[in-house]
Design a protein around this ligand. Structure first.
Ligand code: SF4
Length: 285
């Protein structure tokens, strides 16, 4: 395990201790902590640790700070089996996973990001070129479009959890294969179980098939169906809507229904506790 993060944590604690002893004030402490950065040599990411103890990551090539947790602080030898993992442990396991051939071609695995108590979870297909570089889901053109769609209904990206049915990039963005989907399923099952969203939006065919095998997206998009204690809403993938202009207005229209679906799902789902234990994008530190 790299000790860079532990050393950085200790440096931050030393600044906090100076504040606690009265040597510096809170404003000086916070200013000092905001200046402190840790460069992740493996990926080129930059990390910060907030006065409240939350880690933030800015991926190489990105302008956004994301609430995240450094995987080097999780000892892989201590991981339980997937059904017992928390979200951080799922991310760690995905990072090291070699359960299917997709691990051979990935730069970085992409476990997903968002608040652990998100009401909406988006499930796409797999990481693309940019996602593979940054270790984050939906950061390319499709991600920008997804953010626009969310803003259109009064949501921000950091309000929702975003992930994919496979966590590693298929070569040349090809469709994920059945054995890859099967190998990766346990991670997604656990994420759904832990986040327990009121509404799951499937983006594209492969995540739709998870709930509605063999269905036609052109026939059932935008229609919410109750599955257990939540609603599942199949939608076109934003990347597909960017390539097929005729689908774009359909996707925008389907998104407009989401606030109502959340209200409907709230009637039969359980209230949720606040939790921020997984990666969450924030615009400001
Ligand atoms: S796609 Fe999923 S199962 Fe395959 S290597 Fe990546 S994390 Fe493991």
């Amino acid at each position: 395990m790299s000790n860079k993060f532990i050393e950085f944590q200790n440096q931050v604690e030393a600044v906090k201790a100076r504040c606690a002893s009265g040597e510096i004030g809170e404003a000086e402490r916070d200013a000092a902590l905001r200046q402190m950065r840790l460069q992740d040599e493996a990926w080129g990411d930059v990390w910060m640790l907030s006065p409240k103890g939350d880690w933030f990551r800015k991926a190489k090539g990105s302008d956004s700070w994301v609430r995240d947790y450094p995987l080097p602080l999780i000892d892989p030898a201590t991981l339980p089996t997937v059904p017992q993992m928390n979200l951080r442990q799922v991310a760690r396991a995905v990072h090291d996973c070699a359960r299917c051939p997709l691990h051979q071609g990935r730069a970085r695995a992409v476990p997903g990001e968002g608040p652990a108590n998100a009401e909406i979870m988006f499930i796409g297909e797999g990481p693309g070129f940019n996602e593979d570089k940054q270790g984050r889901p939906f950061v390319g053109a499709a991600g920008q479009f997804l953010e626009e769609l969310l803003h259109g209904i009064g949501f921000k990206r950091e309000d929702v959890f975003i992930t994919n049915v496979v966590k590693c990039r298929p070569p040349n963005n090809r469709d994920p294969e059945a054995d890859e989907l099967a190998a990766c399923k346990g991670y997604l099952d656990r994420q759904v179980e832990l986040i327990d969203p009121k509404v799951i939006v499937t983006l594209g065919r492969f995540s739709m098939y998870r709930y509605f095998p063999g269905a036609s997206i052109t026939k059932i998009h935008g229609q919410a169906q109750r599955v257990g204690q939540r609603l599942i809403v199949p939608m076109f993938h934003p990347a597909a809507a960017l390539h097929q202009p005729k689908w774009r207005p359909l996707l925008i229209e389907d998104f407009q229904k989401l606030p109502q679906f959340i209200k409907e799902a709230a009637a039969f789902s359980q209230p949720k506790e606040a939790d921020v234990s997984s990666a969450t994008q924030l615009n400001l530190f």
